[in-house]
Structures are given as structure tokens and as C-alpha cells.
Design a protein around this ligand. Structure first.
Ligand SMILES: [Zn+2]
Length: 381
């Protein structure tokens, strides 16, 4: 299969240069479901680009007849973020104009409770596919209304243009996969939504985190939440229905690096998902998948982040991936307490032990060991 490669203009810079998005579309012989993958929404999170590259190579070796439906891949989906620098570091997590997290800007279809109930009631006798199509039409119509203000003479901030372009690529998808990494140093795991545990297994990753608390405006949430709201609405009306719609965020290790083992893991995860979903028909021995019981599935509300209680240097920190018990020391802060001026009282440096409030796995640690008071140090789940 040869992909169709499309470039979409995204942004003209003050210098006159232009940034764009490049989309690789694989369209199978037979129509079917659409899968949408993107990477590097946060500018320093690079691993997904290598994963997408390997997927493009793999798909290119397959026959058209082996793909049912279509797969769209968008590596480097946020060029402005990817190119941002501070010395040799890549911040790229926040919109430089507004300070907003790039993954909190997305538009979400939010009908009122009355509108949603009226829609569900009107569809009670329809089959699932018809309801899916009718609801998708509503989402698309509502989304389409965002276009005119972007074209008006007053225009809109860049993030409004950006989200419109990116979301226009995936609103008609069935499965959305957003490839991230930690913005520091992290393990490999994924986020999933309610009632999607069975598909969660297909990624064959050891840790899954159920989103029981929403960040608001995240790419996966913006895609998925309208469908979950409709499923809940049907349940209240007494009809159990689950749409064939899924969204996932994979967290593939650490920022600002491409680690071969982590890339391999990401590629295997996505390949297995596509094969098990029947998007690709490839004769291969089925991969041994972990049972749900063997995976660590926790809720996002159980993730505990630790912030420095005082300013100083982090030392003797537990390693990423270690299991810790409540009360166990997590790290120390070496603090050179300075004072000056009239009430000057000289102090020797101090060392403060920080201990775990709860047991769990250290899933993420800060890159920088110098921390101001209140700065992030590590996370436990
Ligand atoms: Zn991210």
C-alpha cells in the first residue's frame, strides 16, 4: 500500500515562512472504520513520531486488500511546539501566547441535557449504526459553526485555528490514538475511558489508567466524551448501548528522547490493537496478550503527584518504576537556606526527607533535580 500524503497549511510565521501538517492516509480496498493516530502534540514528546514512522513502513508493505477501512497518521502534529526551544531544552507543552497547555484547548460537542435526552428518545427504535451516523452528523454540524469566525476579518487566536484543523481530521474516526510521553521521565502506560477495558487489553501494556476525572479540553476527551454522554443518556432511558468509538492516549516513556525499546513497545501496542480490531487482516500468530487481571488498572484520581515543600536540590530519589511503601523515603531536598538583611541569622544547609503518603509505583519523575518550592518532583500510582 502506498499512502496518500497530504500537506495542510497551518500557520504563517512573521518571517513569511509557513508551518504545515502532513497526513499519511492508507485507504483499504474495502470501506470500514477509520483509525486516526497523531504524535508530538506536546512539543518535547518525540517517541510517537518514531512509532508512526515504523507503522508507515509496516503498512506500506501490506496489500490494499489487507486493510479494511482507513488509517490516518499525523506525526509532528504540533510544529510550533516541536520547534520551541529554551537553550537545548524543548518546552513545547504550552501555547506561548496564552500559556494554555496544548492538550487542553480542544473543542467538545456539549449539547444540553434536554437536547441530548430528546435526541436519544428520538433514536430509541434505531439500530446502533444509524444512531452513530445521526449523532456524528450533529457533532459535525455543531463543529462546522466554528469555521466562520475563523474566516472573519477579526479572525481568532492561533489555538482556535489549530484545534479546528486538527479536530477536523478525526471527528469522523472510530478510533483515535494520541501518542504522548511524559514531559519529564516516565514509564510506558495508557489512558482509557469507562467501559473500554476489553479493548484496553489489546495494547498489551502493563499499566492502564481509567480517566475517572477529566482534565477538560484534552484531545482524547474532546473526541470521546460526547459519545460517553450519549451512552449514559440511553442507559437512563433503559437502553444499554455501546458505540464502536474509542479514544486512547498512550504515554511512551520520557520527553526529548527516542528510546528504541520504548518505540518497539509502542509499535507493538498499536499493531496489536489494529489487528485485533480487524482493521488489518494479516496472517500471523496472535500475540500473547496479558489478562486484564495481570494488568495494573487504576483510576486517574489515584495518581498522586508530589511537589517540593521547600526549594532546593533533589537527591537520593527512588528510581523510576520502583514500588514504594507508605512511609518509605522518596527523596531528599538539600536546601541552602539563605537569609540576608537586618535579621540575618546564618544557617547551615539542611536535608529534608520526603516520604510516601501511600504505596504504589513511581511512574514519573522530574528531569530537573533543582526545584523551587511547589515544583513537581515525582508521581506515584
Ligand atoms: Zn503530552
Amino acid at each position: 500500500m502506498i499512502p496518500t500524503i497530504t500537506a495542510l497549511p497551518l500557520l504563517q510565521l512573521a518571517s513569511g515562512d509557513r508551518l504545515s501538517l502532513q497526513i499519511y492516509k492508507f485507504v483499504g480496498e474495502k470501506p470500514g472504520r477509520k483509525v486516526y493516530l497523531q504524535s508530538n502534540l506536546h512539543g518535547s514528546e518525540l517517541t510517537g513520531n518514531a512509532v508512526i514512522h515504523q507503522l508507515i513502513q509496516w503498512l506500506s508493505e501490506l496489500e490494499l486488500a489487507q486493510l479494511v477501512g482507513e488509517i490516518w497518521l499525523v506525526p509532528l502534529c504540533n510544529p510550533l511546539g516541536t520547534n520551541e526551544r529554551s537553550h537545548h531544552f524543548s518546552p513545547g507543552r504550552f501555547d506561548p501566547y496564552s500559556g494554555e497547555n496544548w492538550n487542553r484547548i480542544f473543542w467538545e460537542y456539549q449539547p444540553s441535557a434536554e437536547e441530548l435526552t430528546a435526541f436519544a428518545q428520538s433514536q430509541m427504535e434505531c439500530d446502533r449504526l444509524t444512531i452513530e451516523q445521526n449523532y456524528r452528523d450533529r457533532i459535525q454540524t455543531s463543529f462546522g459553526k466554528l469555521a466562520a469566525p475563523l474566516q472573519a476579518p477579526s479572525s481568532k487566536p492561533f489555538s482556535d485555528h489549530y484545534r479546528f484543523l486538527l479536530q477536523s481530521l478525526c471527528l469522523d474516526a472510530h478510533y483515535v490514538i494520541d501518542l504522548h510521553t511524559s514531559s519529564d521521565q516516565g514509564l510506558t502506560y495508557f489512558y482509557y475511558f469507562q467501559n473500554r477495558q476489553t479493548s484496553a487489553r489489546l495494547f498489551m501494556l502493563p499499566i492502564g489508567i481509567l480517566l475517572d476525572e477529566y482534565a477538560g479540553g484534552a484531545f482524547d476527551e474532546a473526541f470521546m466524551k460526547p459519545w460517553l454522554a450519549l451512552e449514559d443518556c440511553f442507559a437512563k432511558l433503559g437502553r444499554k448501548i455501546q458505540f464502536d468509538i474509542e479514544a486512547w492516549t498512550l504515554e511512551l516513556g520520557s520527553a526529548m528522547q527516542i528510546d528504541t525499546a520504548t518505540v518497539d513497545r509502542g509499535v507493538q501496542a498499536v499493531k496489536n490493537y489494529l489487528l485485533q480490531k480487524g482493521i488489518l487482516r494479516v496472517p500471523a500468530a496472535p500475540a500473547p496478550m496479558p489478562s486484564i487481571a495481570a494488568m495494573k488498572l487504576v483510576s486517574s484520581s489515584q495518581m498522586k503527584k508530589y511537589y517540593a515543600p521547600v526549594g532546593g536540590m533533589v537527591q537520593s530519589r527512588v528510581a523510576l518504576g520502583k514500588t514504594v511503601e507508605a512511609g518509605q523515603r522518596l527523596y531528599q531536598i538539600l536546601s541552602f537556606n539563605k537569609s540576608s538583611g537586618e535579621g540575618f541569622s546564618p544557617e547551615m544547609p539542611t536535608i529534608l526527607d520526603i516520604c510516601a503518603e501511600q504505596s504504589g509505583i513511581v511512574y514519573d519523575v522530574s528531569i530537573n533535580h533543582a526545584v523551587n518550592q511547589g515544583e513537581y518532583v515525582l508521581g506515584i500510582l
